[in-house]
Design a protein around this ligand. Structure first.
Ligand code: SF4
Length: 354
């Protein structure tokens, strides 16, 4: 087990060195522009959970354009927010985002609380988000530890207890570096170090401002850390998705508010079950003739889906007749596939790129 010792003088020196490095090499990210507005910090942090900065950036700018303040977001129509979120994945986050914006307006007069303990009481705020907003927006010396900072700490202290069990040691190590001085810059400097220097593979230790304190480097095996517990394979599920189109629109449905992809638009599909569907088991939707266009895979957090794509090309008249008969369905323009979560947008891709 690693020993977390704190050499105050060394930590203080390297802390300053890393912040100097950050001033020169910090990334230019859209949420870092302008004043540190807690709404912007929170929005970016929620979007960045499970999403890369490059992928999240256009969504962040779009959200700010549509809803410049937390009050604007709180007043937004659910469906519009879900549609704007489509493509970012992990859709429960969009629902929690709305719930939280409304709680901030209802319970805090539209102002985010300025400390970790009160932030933590907001819906959708976990320890990480509360610490990140407290630090970055309010300059509090909160212990922000995401997967990237975890990697740096595991290496600095050669923490060999496999994660996630080793997280308490990692947090203890990270806490030793906190200081009120530039408290908001600190986690961002650490994240940039993790992103550009202390990379998952082949870290650039020669360019690292904190290498003097790095036990993993001293041991000659920096990328051995962090040690991760063996992954358990995700269960497999199988489904058939129905694309019913007149060439201009496709039939979609609003999914129930709770459950996977809750409240999002989706293409109709069979149950996602643990064995493949045989053609004769699938009930043809709307009594139309569907042809198999292909098959694709999509990985969710808890399972891996293999989905067959069935396509029915109909006239506009037939499509409108179907919608009149079945009022839980609606038409979505084929020019707006971004309103669909990725698992369905992939299916729609078979119309143009089989
Ligand atoms: Fe990471 Fe290398 Fe720096 Fe250690 S010396 S913190 S392994 S980049």
């Amino acid at each position: 087990m690693a020993t977390i010792t704190k050499d105050e003088a060394l930590v203080s020196k390297l802390r300053r060195k890393l912040l100097d490095w950050y001033d020169l090499h910090g990334r230019d990210l859209p949420w870092r522009h302008g004043a540190r507005d807690p709404y912007r910090v929170w929005l970016s942090e929620v979007m960045l959970q499970q999403t890369t900065t490059a992928h999240a950036a256009p969504y962040f700018l779009r959200f700010l354009e549509l809803w410049p303040t937390v009050g604007d977001l709180a007043a937004a129509e659910d469906g519009r927010v879900m549609a704007a979120w489509a493509g970012l994945g992990y859709y429960a986050r969009a629902r929690r985002l709305l719930n939280c914006a409304r709680a901030v307006v209802r319970e805090h007069h539209g102002q985010f609380p300025d400390n970790e303990a009160d932030l933590l009481k907001l819906p959708g705020f976990g320890p990480y988000t509360a610490a990140a907003v407290a630090a970055i927006a309010f300059d509090r010396p909160a212990n922000v530890v995401d997967g990237n900072i975890e990697r740096v700490m595991a290496r600095l202290y050669a923490i060999d207890k496999p994660l996630p069990a080793g997280r308490s040691e990692v947090r203890e190590a990270a806490a030793g570096w906190l200081s009120p001085e530039r408290a908001g810059d600190w986690p961002q400097a650490m994240m940039d170090l993790a992103n550009g220097v202390c990379r998952p593979k082949a870290p650039l230790c020669h360019a690292c401002p904190v290498s003097e304190a790095c036990t993993a480097l001293a041991q000659g095996q920096p990328d051995y850390f962090p040690v991760k517990a063996a992954k358990i394979a995700k269960p497999k599920r199988y489904g058939v998705v129905f694309i019913t189109t007149d060439g201009e629109s496709v039939i979609v449905e609003r999914r129930p508010d709770s459950g996977l992809l809750g409240g999002m638009l989706g293409l109709p599909h069979t149950e996602w079950r643990d064995k493949p569907w045989q053609g004769n088991e699938v009930v043809r939707l709307f009594d139309l003739n569907y042809a198999v266009a292909g098959v694709y895979k999509h990985v969710f957090t808890h399972f891996a889906l293999t989905q067959e794509v069935w396509v029915a090309r109909t006239s506009t008249e037939t499509l409108e007749g179907v919608l009149r008969q079945h009022n839980r369905y609606e038409a979505l323009s084929l020019l707006a596939p971004r309103a669909l979560p990725t698992v369905f947008a992939k299916g729609l891709g078979f119309l143009t790129h089989p």
